[in-house]
Write a protein that binds this ligand. Structure first.
Ligand SMILES: [Mn+2]
Length: 432
């Protein structure tokens, strides 16, 4: 939780980044604008991931500026200055005097941002900036229409995690694993989905972390809606419950899914589907080998899922037809309609490509990458677009773990129970 703030590593990131940009240039990295929840009440503030990546600054109202001339570079962090009258309401700020301890060359007040930027830009031939994040920066940039997006250079760095980053992600994965295990133990039919959510998120808060995305807690048919998060139904005897939830530590995310029977025992039909998804997940993890193409994990999970659907008589065709050939767009996609995983890091769906619908080349796996493996099968009783076998109607099952790629093979960072035996042993036993 309280790992030392690695000043040197942030300086190295800035240095490596400055090697990737043209000489005589200036880079402006904004943090996120606070967003309004209601009238003068805001959503909890979350800093921009590029800001976190380059200098670890978590407060709102900040801009990091890196300028480079010949081979020399320097960084300046513009922050919101101290102001007692405002701090009485909003909290004590680090301010310019505190920001000098951050891993930057200079700290300045954002009050002087435009003035200082304008003079710096005059001495530069190229401007890099991220638009659409800060209204104030977008307004300033409207006078400088030719800015270049620095994100591709940063994304290729962010794809490979340092040991400092892996330590944070391991802590986030541990907390979320514990949270899922506690939620299994406290589960009873008749509980509201929101109560299961509170067991998970209570653990996140207790451990000093925050949710990395809105928790998905869906019982019965709700588990067949991929991004269900209203979490407002009452669980029923015999339901499966799907919980997809993760937390973050200093911005570094975990993302875990477990599915369990709310009453503690899987029905035979539930076991049949669960075993397919679990086998697919384990095969997906086995395919997380350095040097492999990104698509190899999806090929591995898809093959298990398609064969499983054939074996249960849900699909009546040869494997190749069920898979849809190399495109993997065959009828197994009626019941497994999402990708097998995504990169994980400062963003829960992290940068670096590999997502369904991405137009970039699929990445090659390298040591230091962290990704999720999360196959699923969904038989929404409410669906009218594909045949839903009666025996499996109302079941949604997904299993998701966080995986670190190493030279020696995959390391699974998350650890909550996932075999049928382990799950049946702990669901409903209470907190002890
Ligand atoms: Mn995920």
């Amino acid at each position: 939780m309280t790992l030392p703030f690695p000043i040197d590593e942030y300086r190295q990131r800035q240095s490596r980044f400055s090697e990737k940009i043209k000489s005589d240039s200036i880079v402006i990295i904004p943090t996120n604008d606070p967003s309004i929840r209601s009238n003068d009440v805001h959503f909890p503030f979350r800093a921009n991931s590029y800001m976190l990546y380059l200098c670890g600054w978590e407060e709102a109202g900040a801009f990091l500026v890196i300028s480079k001339h010949s081979d020399n570079w320097e960084s300046t962090l513009f922050v919101t200055p101290r102001d007692t009258k405002k701090e009485i309401w909003e909290g004590i700020r680090i301010g310019v005097e505190g920001a000098v301890d951050w891993p930057v060359d200079y700290a300045e007040s954002i009050e002087d941002l435009e003035k200082i930027l304008a003079s710096k830009i005059d001495n530069c031939s190229r401007l890099y900036s991220i638009t659409g994040v800060s209204k104030r920066l977008d307004k300033f940039l409207s006078d400088y229409p030719n800015s270049t997006d620095p994100r591709p250079a940063l994304d290729s760095m962010r794809r490979i995690k340092s040991s400092y980053e892996i330590d944070h992600m391991s802590i986030a994965a541990d907390i979320a694993s514990k949270a899922h295990t506690i939620a299994m133990k406290k589960s009873k039919p008749g509980m509201g989905e929101w109560q299961i959510q509170s067991f998970i998120e209570g653990m996140f808060t207790e451990a000093g972390s925050e949710t990395s995305f809105q928790s998905i807690v869906g019982s019965g048919d709700n588990a067949t809606v991929l991004h269900y998060n209203s979490n407002n139904s009452i669980t029923k005897e015999g339901d499966l419950i799907l919980v997809d939830a993760g937390c973050e530590i200093h911005g570094y995310a975990s993302d875990i899914t477990r599915t369990w029977p709310i009453s503690g025992k899987f029905s035979e039909a539930q076991k049949e589907i669960y075993e397919i998804v679990l086998t697919a997940e384990l095969e997906g993890i086995r395919a997380c080998i350095a040097g492999s193409n990104w698509s190899s994990m999806h090929q591995a999970t898809s093959k298990v899922i398609a064969q499983g659907l054939i074996d249960l008589g849900i699909l009546n065709c040869p494997l190749d037809e069920a898979l849809g050939g190399e495109e993997l767009d065959g009828p197994f996609r009626n019941y497994f309609m999402h990708g097998t995983g995504h990169f994980l890091g400062l963003d829960v769906h992290d940068v670096g490509g590999g997502r369904q619908g991405d137009d970039q080349e699929p990445p090659i796996l390298e040591p230091g990458m962290v990704l999720t493996i999360e196959p699923g099968l969904y038989f929404g009783a409410w669906r009218n677009d594909v045949p839903i076998p009666e025996r499996y109607a109302g079941m949604g099952i997904r299993i998701e773990d966080d995986v670190l790629i190493t030279e020696e093979g995959p390391i699974v960072l998350s650890s909550s129970p996932k075999s049928i035996d382990e799950i049946e042993r702990i669901v409903g036993v209470g907190e002890g």
